[in-house]
Design a protein around this ligand. Structure first.
Ligand SMILES: Cc1cc2nc3c(=O)[nH]c(=O)nc-3n(C[C@H](O)[C@H](O)[C@H](O)COP(=O)(O)OP(=O)(O)OC[C@H]3O[C@@H](n4cnc5c(N)ncnc54)[C@H](O)[C@@H]3O)c2cc1C
Length: 403
């Protein structure tokens, strides 16, 4: 059954997905009440530059703002910033805010993103996570002191932070319990290349080893101990060990929560209630699987899809996800999904030249393409994912393709 068209939309929160939803609602002619609740004090800003241009100092903080005051004003929205949603009363259709003051709605969009995962006892001075603008500015100020840096976690975020810190001339060690950097995101073969690039730039890699504890002196971190007993001296530690969907405030609300807010293919979790961005888990019909994507473009596209569905379009959200990562002079971009065990076939250029496009094949189909300093070729080869083309690696293995 379709939802009635709303007249009072509340969006929690005010970042990439929330803003995209609000703008798309207005662009599509929605002229009812619109409220955005956000627990940060900043107007919507962009997160990808935090681990790149903001951390390196290439950009002033103002540049991450997603819209200027004028554009924000044209939304005719009520921004409730510095306020956290702490509960959802589904039967009464109210969001509960910290400090009281319930907020009624007839449609709700949940866009609360993720929070950084932490390690036990990591609440020491000198230990950082990187999720917000304030985190980035705090970390940069610390790095400017020229410390020895240990980055825990060699996923995208840890790898980017290691690259910036190394480029600032700091002594950097990158630690991960997995044997290969970015293994979960790009697999072994390309992950090995990421590792080699960091070694070439002078980062020390300690892979296949978890952190057992932090050593402190007067409440400040001084060393990181690894599972093999090694101690790494550290003036600054960055914990980049992944994230958790920000759904605590929805516990007990009756909404389906698992790995995020669980939605159908239209990003709808319950009548009149939708989720968008990093927090949303939905069934993507293009890949016929449930997914939750922590990428910037997805947040915007999913926000737009949610707005369309709120206004009655009944549109399944079936994107080919896209991400990018910048490390040193490597611009890595990718379309699709990169399941564990996917077959990697180089379609253009070569790994040795660090300029290539590789296809990821899974269950006989191309499900992802990844480009390394090869934007133009990658854009062309994206179509293989759209078409779910046969996996070129499998054809080679079965001897059906010319060598
Ligand atoms: C440092 C960094 C670098 C990144 N680099 C890249 C990149 O290179 N490429 C890429 O594709 N993606 C990158 N990403 C991911 C990308 O930024 C996210 O996918 C995107 O920001 C998701 O948008 P969102 O609106 O869903 O969530 P977010 O941008 O995380 O916003 C969620 C907001 O909700 C607020 N909130 C949470 N709980 C509550 C509550 N209870 N009440 C009120 N407000 C609440 C949060 O404080 C936050 O402001 C990066 C992310 C980070 C942190």
């Amino acid at each position: 059954m379709r939802d009635a068209l709303p007249n009072d939309v509340v969006i929690v929160a005010a970042s990439a997905a929330g803003l995209a939803t609000a703008e798309a609602l207005r662009n599509k002619g929605y002229d009812g009440a619109l409220t955005l609740v956000g627990d940060e004090l900043h107007l919507p800003y962009d997160r990808p530059p935090l681990s790149k241009q903001i951390l390196s100092g290439a950009w002033e903080p103002e540049r991450v703002r997603l819209r200027d005051q004028e554009a924000i004003g044209k939304l005719y929205a009520n921004f409730r910033l510095g306020r956290a949603a702490v509960g959802l009363d589904l039967p009464e259709r109210r969001v509960l805010l910290d400090g009281g003051d319930p907020l009624g709605f007839d449609a709700l969009v949940i866009a609360t993103g993720v929070t950084a995962r932490r390690l036990p006892d990591d609440d020491l001075a000198g230990v950082h996570v990187l999720r917000t603008l304030d985190d980035a500015l705090g970390l940069r100020a610390h790095l400017l002191g020229g410390p020895k840096v240990v980055v825990v976690g060699a996923g995208f975020l840890g790898a980017e932070v290691a690259a910036v810190a190394r480029t600032m001339g700091l002594e950097v060690t990158l630690v991960d319990p997995l044997p290969v950097p970015m293994q979960r995101q790009v697999g072994d073969r390309i992950g090995e290349l990421v590792g080699q690039m960091h070694r070439d730039h002078g980062v020390e890699l300690r892979l296949g080893l978890g952190v057992t504890r932090f050593e402190e002196s007067a409440g400040r971190v001084v060393a990181v101990e690894l599972a093999d007993g090694t101690k790494l001296d550290a003036d600054a530690v960055v914990v980049a060990v992944g994230s958790t969907p920000a759904t605590n405030w929805l516990t007990g609300s009756g909404l389906p929560l698992g790995n995020g807010v669980e939605c159908d293919a239209n990003c709808r979790a319950a009548p009149g209630i939708y989720a968008a961005g990093d927090v949303a888990s939905w069934h993507n019909p293009h890949f016929d699987r449930r997914m939750r994507i922590e990428h910037r473009l997805n947040a915007a596209e999913q926000g737009m899809a949610v707005a369309a569905n709120l206004l009655g379009e009944d549109r399944p959200f079936a994107p080919v996800p896209y991400f990018w990562s910048d490390q040193y002079d490597a611009s890595i971009q990718a379309y699709g999904i990169f399941p564990e065990g996917a077959e990697v076939t180089v379609l253009h250029g070569s790994l040795d030249d660090r300029k290539f496009v590789a296809a990821y094949g899974h269950e006989g189909k191309v499900v992802g393409v990844l480009g390394w300093n090869s934007h133009r070729e990658l854009r062309k080869l994206r179509q293989l994912v759209v078409d779910r083309a046969p996996d070129p690696g499998q054809r080679t293995a079965e001897g059906r393709q010319e060598p």
